[in-house]
Design a protein around this ligand. Sequence first.
Ligand SMILES: N[C@@H](CCC(=O)N[C@@H](CS)C(=O)NCC(=O)O)C(=O)O
Length: 210
Amino acid sequence: MADYTFYTNPRSRGLIASWALHEVGADFAVVPVGWAAKPPALLAANPLGKVPTLVHHAAEGDRVVTEAAAICTYLAEAHPAAGLLPTPAESGHYHRWLFFAAGPLEQALMARMLGWELPAEREGTAGFGNFDRTVAVLEGHFSQHDYACGSRFTMADVYLCSQFDWGLNLKLLPRHDCFLGYAERCHARAAYQAALADDRELYRQTREQG
Ligand SMILES: N[C@@H](CCC(=O)N[C@@H](CS)C(=O)NCC(=O)O)C(=O)O
């Protein structure tokens, strides 16, 4: 049995976990998930039935990890030799941008995508405050730094860049040079290319099967 069982679907947030799995060189088995009939084992592990869902078959028993950002950090910690954890000096940036991507950035992008209008008087309550300010914060960082932690790629970039990809592909985020340059640097990673190839192959297979 592989070390990890990975429930995924092509063209979904599953690509984030796949990228992370490739980054750490994990031994994993893919279980493709059809939306209409989800595998009972997925629903037992994650009653929301969401992908990505990862089951780590650890020596002392199975560990379920859900939420793409959590899967990324779990894998970086489980495979420290991959070198994707932050140094103490990078730790502030690492945690800040990971949580920013999973919280304010995802909320801001989702609100924009679904056309949810946030009344100005509720900006103090909403975690992202305001779409334009959220984008400006990111532009401030990436106009000065190549990666989330500064000059070095870490696991935070797998998640943050994936959120950028979503925002850029759906034309939700402005195509600032610093955003495009960041995405290009991250996409040059062999692990990203491997995950993308897997995703395309899975898409081809699932389409063939109807
Ligand atoms: N908070 C979760 C969201 C996962 C999620 O919504 N995944 C979507 C695909 S991108 C899904 O599984 N949708 C199928 C469904 O809800 O039935 C994460 O960050 O991993």
